[in-house]
Write a protein that binds this ligand. Structure first.
Ligand SMILES: Nc1ncnc2c1ncn2[C@@H]1O[C@H](COP(=O)(O)OP(=O)(O)OP(=O)(O)O)[C@@H](O)[C@H]1O
Ligand SMILES: [Mg+2]
Length: 229
């Protein structure tokens, strides 16, 4: 099984944006990419085919027509952590083994999988398991999406440490939505993260202004993250 797991320091940090961009770039370079959002929650279903908007976005980026039960096996209609959502809905909490089985099935149909987590790394999926346990079971390296905002040093290092404790390989840290004018402290974030974590790939993604920026971000992802020349 080959793939990458996209996690982040928070909800709304840019996981789907990064996952979709990686998916598009890999496809451009001829890789057959499958996508997965194993656990999702939202107040209402997004479309007839997908409850989860993220699942829909990922499927669109990958141009796949895999069914919802493979791309997003668990969806609950309360926008909170899956464990809490399941409990509040009176439904069974997700079974991680079952989600891994779905991922294995999907991985047999594609060369490479891009998998998006939910919220941050300590989001409870069941009473005793978090998204971290799922990543560990799958064994994919992970990408931590973070921000250049105040508080990011603490959140990023906490997330990194949680991965380290579980022996999950962190492939890269992506500082998403870098503003046009950074402060002196913001400009030093990449070298700080690199020095404190030992991770070589620390990538800054600018805040999108137009299609031109999006194209630049795709080139950046291809060259600096995925090592395509
Ligand atoms: N570099 C960027 N420039 C401009 N907008 C961005 C950028 N990255 C993300 N966004 C926007 O920020 C919002 C949140 O991004 P995204 O949905 O990818 O976050 P997420 O971490 O996947 O959230 P969730 O926890 O809901 O899954 C979206 O509206 C997205 O389009
Ligand atoms: Mg998302």
């Amino acid at each position: 099984m080959k793939g990458i797991f996209i996690t982040g320091t928070d909800t709304n940090i840019g996981k789907t944006f990064v996952a979709c961009t990686i998916t598009r770039v890999l496809k451009e370079y001829g890789v057959d990419v499958g996508v997965m959002k194993p656990f999702a929650t939202s107040r209402r279903r997004y479309s007839a085919t997908f409850g989860s908007e993220d699942a829909w976005r990922l499927a669109r980026a990958a141009k796949v027509d895999d069914p919802e039960d493979l791309i997003n096996p668990y969806f609950y209609q309360i926008g909170t952590a899956p464990y809490l959502a399941a409990t509040m809905c009176g439904k069974p909490t997700p079974n991680l083994g079952f989600a891994v089985k779905k991922l294995r099935k999907l991985s047999r149909q594609h060369e490479f999988l891009v998998v998006e987590g939910i919220g941050g790394i300590m989001v409870p999926i069941s009473r005793r398991e978090t998204i971290l346990d799922f990543i560990k079971m799958v064994g994919f390296p992970t990408i931590i999406v973070t921000s250049p905002r105040l508080g990011t040093i603490n959140h990023t290092l906490l997330t990194f440490q949680a991965c380290l404790n579980k022996r999950i390989r962190v492939y890269a840290i992506i500082i998403n939505q870098k503003p046009e004018n950074t402060s002196k402290a913001q400009a030093r974030l990449p070298s700080l993260f690199s020095a404190l974590t030992g991770i070589k790939k620390i990538i800054e993604i600018p805040r999108i202004q137009n299609d031109h920026t999006l194209r630049n971000i795709e080139n950046l992802i291809a060259r600096d993250l995925l090592d395509f020349d």
